[in-house]
Design a protein around this ligand. Structure first.
Ligand code: SF4
Length: 341
């Protein structure tokens, strides 16, 4: 019999498990402690549960952790790990060490259905939603787990297209019975799905990053087909009307493509549509990948774009490129992994 998995369940879900097995009411909290506060690998290590209870649990359940199957390391210290999910698919997870922080970038789906033309993952097509177990296993089974200070949902997939499992993961990460991380250490990035952004804002307290990439409808549609049905200006109106106090932040991601979205016209329109919103624009240099005609601008163009936005009163920074020598274009390592199987 295929055993069910414990790691990645919320406290409420663990209560359902323990009730069904006839275990005492406090057992669910004890199991959550073992899963999320102590680094155990087996049910047998849950030593404050009686032997009888451990045996009962082990008959039907296992912890459900799995190590990465491959990795590559950049000369700047960034590492990219490959995890096997959904039976025979691969996803990527990045570990990004900096002076005062260490960030994990997790995937929320295998492949992606959004088809952004600048993204290697988009070219894979959609292969499936990750469970909260598969999302959190990237974090827990990362060899650098104990160094982590921050998490971003900016790996493969669109997190708001897998909202129930992403919200479950955030619950486990931020609740006292789970990892008890501050939500301000976590940023969820989205291309802006209108039917789930409000739910995300209401049910989580984590930071939000919106992939903008062009302020013009027709140009954004060419880069990101999602714009046809999810106009980013409507997303911005939702943001404008949401209370972002209490240390919660919203930022906009802007990948700069040479000759596409880097003109003074773009700066002017960005300043217009973001006027009055307390936010930051993170300008990202495009990482070219095989088969894409899009071009990466020089560092001079990046700096000029940032200065022009700052002059218009839009706080902007250039996100430093990490892991370029191991090909940071998200999706490449997993595409290679897929091709091998
Ligand atoms: S950029 Fe994000 S949403 Fe767009 S195809 Fe890639 S993974 Fe999907």
């Amino acid at each position: 019999m295929q055993k069910e998995i414990l790691y990645g369940r919320t406290l409420d879900e663990l209560i359902v498990v323990t009730k069904r097995l006839g275990m005492p009411g406090f057992a669910a909290k004890q199991i959550a402690d073992w899963l999320y506060k102590k680094e155990i690998q087996t049910i047998d290590e849950m030593t404050n549960l009686s032997k009888n209870m451990r045996e009962l649990l082990s008959k039907e359940y296992e912890i459900g952790l799995s190590d990465p199957v491959n990795f590559s390391q950049s000369s700047d210290g960034t590492k990219k790990y490959l995890y096997k999910v959904l039976g025979n698919k691969f996803i990527e997870t990045a570990f990004i060490p900096e002076d005062d922080r260490a960030t994990i970038c997790v995937s929320s789906q295998a492949g992606c259905k959004m088809g952004c033309i600048f993204c290697m993952t988009g070219k894979q097509g959609f292969q499936g939603n990750l469970s909260s177990n598969e999302i959190l296993n990237q974090f827990r089974s990362l060899p650098e787990f104990n160094q982590l200070t921050n998490m971003v949902f900016m790996g493969m997939g669109e997190p708001l297209d897998n909202l129930p499992e992403v919200l479950k993961s955030l619950d486990i990460l931020t609740n006292d019975w789970g990892y008890a991380w501050s939500p301000t250490r976590i940023t969820v990035s989205t291309i802006g799905l209108l039917n789930s952004i409000k739910e995300f804002l209401e049910k989580s307290r984590c930071h939000l990053a919106i992939s903008l990439h062009s302020p013009f409808d027709d140009e954004r549609k060419k880069l990101m087909p999602v714009q046809k049905t999810n106009n980013v200006k409507e997303v911005i109106e939702i943001i404008r009307n949401f209370d972002f106090s209490k240390q919660r932040r919203v930022s906009f991601e802007y990948i700069l493509f040479e000759g596409i979205n880097d003109s003074p016209r773009h700066v002017k329109e960005l300043a217009r549509i973001l006027n009055g919103i307390k936010c930051r624009i993170n300008i990202i240099r495009f990482h070219q990948f095989p088969g894409s005609d899009l071009k990466s601008p020089g560092i001079g163009a990046l700096t000029a774009f940032r200065e022009a936005l700052n002059d218009k009163g839009i706080l902007s920074t250039i996100r430093s490129s990490r892991g370029v020598d191991i090909n940071a274009a998200c999706g490449l390592l997993s595409t290679l992994g897929q091709n091998k199987t």
